[in-house]
Every structure is written in structure tokens, then in C-alpha cells.
Design a protein around this ligand. Sequence first.
Ligand SMILES: O=C(O)CCC(=O)C(=O)O
Length: 211
Amino acid sequence: MRAARRLQHAGQPDLFGEVAGTGEGPVAAIEGLRYDNDFLSRDEEAELLRIVQGLPLKEMRYKEYTARRRGIGFGGSYDFDTHRLKPGAPLPDMLHPLRDKAAAWAGIAPGDLTHALIAEYRPGTPLGWHRDVPDFEDIVGVSLQGDAVMQFRPYVPGASASRPSALEFLVEPRSIYVLRGPARWDWQHAIAPTETLRYSITLRTRRHRTP
Ligand SMILES: O=C(O)CCC(=O)C(=O)O
């Protein structure tokens, strides 16, 4: 409960998504954000950790920066220099059960979750403010082993990069979230530096642009 104590202030959301005394919180406050902290069993988590820890994770690059996160992508890799999604290896069969279960939870056809990113957050690893690249539509995130504080602030083009978080909640191991519609397009999100080792598996649908 360390983070909950650190971040809860009167009238502000605690990290489990509740605003003290109101029964409402960031998950309810952000349209298109849905969260379930009891998505995977402990056995499913252990099996996924075995798979993920056997993958050749590499330090992730964003333009000239090398992030502290290590990861591997399937279904295409986004080139931040050319702003294009380059073809990539499909999701390995061993991750299909997770994809299918996540798709059912999110109400998405499994085959539409064409992109996956497996990311490792060693203790102290942050993920900076961003919206996902426009090639993707829905984002479904599953967490393993450690928890994370997920932060949100409205997306305001041209606004200061140092704006603080407006809402945040604790994303627990074995949980799932989906960012869809307003949660995906009208908000930026970030992950505060993690206190313990955490893995996330984010699955994405392609965005179908209207001509
Ligand atoms: O680790 C997470 O759950 C967030 C991942 C994320 O936002 C991203 O990879 O763009």
C-alpha cells in the first residue's frame, strides 16, 4: 500500500481508482478506460512470466534515445524516424491463449489484436508521457509480477511537456486494462518509475482510417 499512502490526498483519487467518499475515481472518470485487477490466475501469470523471460528482450529505442525499458514487439515495429509501422514477426503461438482471453475481455475479435509489445520494467524504470502512435486504435494492457502507477493527463497539442499528472491509479499484477476512444485519443498516459520488476504485455488493434 506504499503508493496509495503517498498519493492519496483529500478529495483526490487513491491508486485503486476511488476518490475518497465519492465512490468514483480515475477509471470511472476517463471515458473509454476499463480496468479489471483479477484477469489472470497465478498459474496463468507464472506461465506467461516463463514465456516472457525466455524472449530476447532488448533496450527500446525512441529516436535518438535508448529507453530503460527492454522489450520485443510482434506484428510490426514502429519506426519513429520515418513514422511508419514496419512489418514484423507475428505473435508467437504460445501467446495466443493470452491474446484470445484478452480479446474476449475487451470485446475485440482475437485476430484484430495484430500487434503486441512485451516490455520489462526493472526497478526504477519509467515510461514517459505519450499517446500511442496513430497506426493503432484500441490498446489492451496485461501486467505481470509487479505493480505500476499509471498516470493520465489530457492531451493538449503544444502544451508544456512538464505538465503534471491529472489522474493516476495502481495497475496491479494479473490485471488488464483497455484504452479505447476518448481514453486512447484525448489523454496522454505514462508509467511512474516502477519500484519492483514488472512486465507488461500490450496488445493493439490497427486503426482503420476512413478514406
Ligand atoms: O506498461 C504499460 O502498461 C503501458 C505501456 C504503454 O503505454 C506503451 O507501451 O505505450
